[in-house]
Each structure stands twice: as C-alpha cells, then as structure tokens.
Design a protein around this ligand. Structure first.
Ligand code: C5P
Length: 217
C-alpha cells in the first residue's frame, strides 16, 4: 500500500470535513478538502468579476487558482480567505460552478497531486468516484437533513452570527439536490463505499469507525 488514499464523500454539513481532518491527523496523512477548492474558485470568480454561469472563464480561473493551504488557513492571492470561503453564498456559488464539466476538469490534476507519502484523506463529493477511484477505503458519510441543519445552526450561533434553522435546512436540501442531480460527478454512494450515518454518533465515534475500517484492510 504505497501512498494509500481514504476518500470521505457525502452531503453538505454532514461533518465529513471534521472527520476527515481528524482521521488524517491520527494517521499522519495529508488532508485534501476538495470543497475548499470549489469555494476558492467561486470566490476568485466573484472577485475577478466573472459570472458563475460563464463556464469558460470560470474554468480558466480554476486552472490558475492562486490558492494555498498553510498555517491552518486558506489563502487566495496571498490573502487569508479562510472565513470568506465559508460564507453561505460562496457555498452556493461553489455548488453552481461545480456543475460545470470544464471547471471540474480544471481542478482534477490539482486534487490528484495531493496523493503523497505517507497517505491521503480526501473529502468531497466525487473523491471515491472520479478523483481517486482506486482508493483503499471509500466512505460515504451522511446524517439526516434535520441533524445536519441543526449542526450548521449551532456552528453559526457559536460564531455569533444570526441563523434561521428552517432556512438553513432548505439551503442544505437545495444544495444536495443540485449536487445529486448534476450530470457530471453527481453526489451518490459508490457501490464499493461503506456507509457511515453519523446522525446518532459523536465525532470521536465516527473517526474511530473510519480508522477501524482502514486498519481492518
Ligand atoms: O464540501 P463543501 O460544502 O465545502 O463544498 C462546496 C460545494 O462544492 C458543494 O456543494 C459541491 O457542489 C462542490 N463540491 C463538489 N465536489 C467536491 C467537493 C465539493 O462538487 N469534491
């Protein structure tokens, strides 16, 4: 098993990012937050005055994305955009541009370059289906829509932001519907992915389950 890959795909606000980062830390592996790349591309387009509907121009920007991940922060063109890319409208923008085939193609090799020794944990929507189809372990991590909305709500309130639970649940459902309905790399559980429903699990329990599946291999 040279440079093994664990993929963790699933719907928005399922907690896959938190679980993936902790599994990576536990194993000493690299971590790829592929959603952050789509968010960065959406933010970059917005800042460059390019419409999210303009496939050619967004793909051009995605191919030359001046992005970096270091010091626990996300950088775009030398600016810390860690908070900016997490805004709800940028999440929506990411979901829009992620439906454009040339944008996905522009980000493909960049994501694959993360597969380095001693291993990689990658989270997103198509990590197991498209980007790393030969991954050693594929996990489809989910939770009920109510639970996911409640978690997102608590996060926003903890950050001191105002939040409306029903609106959050509606936004999450809209985003999932778009991610699942698109023709290219739709969100779905691969036949060879293990299902992890975290609705009734703590973060530690979810992390331990993934580690156990990986060690059993
Ligand atoms: O995971 P996150 O919410 O940060 O992703 C933002 C959006 O980027 C998702 O709603 C999805 O449309 C898109 N995405 C994707 N493929 C990935 C990761 C994210 O289409 N591998």
């Amino acid at each position: 098993m040279l440079r093994p890959v664990i993929t963790i795909d699933g719907p928005s606000a399922s907690g896959k990012g938190t679980v993936a980062a902790l599994v990576a830390r536990e194993l000493g592996f690299h971590y790829l937050d592929s959603g952050a790349l789509y968010r960065l591309a959406a933010l970059y387009a917005l800042r460059e005055g390019v419409s999210w509907e303009d496939e050619n121009q967004v793909a051009r920007l995605a191919a030359q994305l001046p992005a970096a991940f270091h010091d626990d922060k996300v950088w775009l063109d030398g600016h810390d955009v860690s908070a900016a890319i997490r805004a709800e409208d940028i999440g929506m923008g990411a979901s829009r541009i992620a439906a454009l085939p040339s944008v996905r193609a522009a980000l493909l090799e960049r994501q694959r370059a993360y597969q380095q020794t001693p291993g990689l944990v990658a989270d997103g929507r198509d990590m197991g289906s498209v980007v790393f189809p030969r991954a050693e372990l594929k996990v489809f991590l989910t939770a009920s829509a109510e639970e996911r909305a409640a978690r997102r709500y608590k996060q926003l309130i903890a950050k001191g932001e105002s939040a409306n639970l029903l609106q959050i649940q509606q936004d999450i459902c809209d985003r999932d519907a778009r991610d699942a309905a698109r023709s290219v790399a739709p969100l779905r559980q691969e036949p060879d992915a293990r299902l992890l429903d975290t609705s009734a699990l703590t973060i530690d329990q979810a992390v331990n389950q993934v580690l156990q599946w990986f060690r059993e291999r």
